[in-house]
Write a protein that binds this ligand. Structure first.
Ligand code: 1GP
Length: 238
């Protein structure tokens, strides 16, 4: 039973918007997790994503185990590579970097992860991950050695999202990259949301409640907040 995914589908059907806080194990101190969790528990977050482009081996498991002690929100891996797979989480966004043409992030890492996933109870959610130009060169661009899709090439973005859906991705993730200075344009979110049937995730460079709301209005089903919460754990209080 794909409980996490079913809940996302249900939320989409009911037009209940979802919010994930992204925690990058590389930027976290295990001692701070308890306090951070209490802020997350009192925020509008519905999911916690854990992952990053560069994370030391074993770090993700420790962070997830600590989070599990202090929150009951679903914890979903958002891994930059196979090293970040841990069966201590609830699920995994099994990301294919569809905007790039680097086989390592289209299939190679997935083959390496397969035996680990086979042994785990993780809910596996195939996700088409589309990196869009966001004003700066982001970590995912550097690490994956791929270029984002130019933000004005809206047709290519739509066609990539559709190709993701047609090849079986259960989610499409429009990503400007963590720390982007420009988040994905509202018009682009709207065009992609109208073109696809599967739930749409939008993240990267979203640092205000107005932007979150605008992304929802345009058709995002789930918005991801990383840097804004990382810089200010009271972000949702204000
Ligand atoms: C990155 O979409 C997420 O993968 C979040 O980005 O850190 O810019 O919020 P920010």
């Amino acid at each position: 039973m794909q409980q996490i995914y079913q809940d996302i589908l249900q939320a989409k059907a009911n037009n209940n918007k979802l919010l994930a806080i992204l925690l990058d194990p590389d930027k976290l101190n295990i001692e701070n997790i308890e306090q951070l969790s209490s802020k997350i528990n009192s925020s509008p977050a519905t999911h916690i994503f854990v992952g990053g482009s560069i994370v030391s081996n074993g770090e993700t498991k420790l962070i997830v185990l600590e989070l599990k002690k202090h929150t009951s929100l679903p914890i979903i891996l958002f891994p930059g590579n196979t090293n970040q797979v841990t069966n201590k989480a609830d699920g995994i966004l099994f990301l294919s970097l569809l905007s790039g043409r680097n086989p390592e992030y289209l299939i190679e890492q997935h083959v390496k992860a397969a035996p680990l996933l086979q042994k785990s109870d993780l809910e596996i959610i195939p996700t088409g991950y589309i990196l869009i130009e966001g004003g700066v060169e982001t970590a995912v661009q550097k690490v994956s050695n791929t270029l984002p899709i130019p933000k004005n090439d809206v047709n290519l973005i739509i066609h990539t999202a559709l190709a993701g859906q047609y090849t079986g991705k259960q989610l499409i993730y429009l990503e400007a990259g963590s720390g982007a200075t420009e988040s994905v344009e509202i018009k682009t979110i709207s065009l992609v949301a109208n073109a696809i049937d599967v739930p749409l995730i939008v993240g990267g460079g979203i640092r205000s409640k107005n932007k979150i709301e605008a992304a929802y209005q345009a058709g995002a089903d789930l918005v991801v907040i990383g840097t804004a919460f990382e810089n200010d754990s009271d972000f949702f209080k204000k």
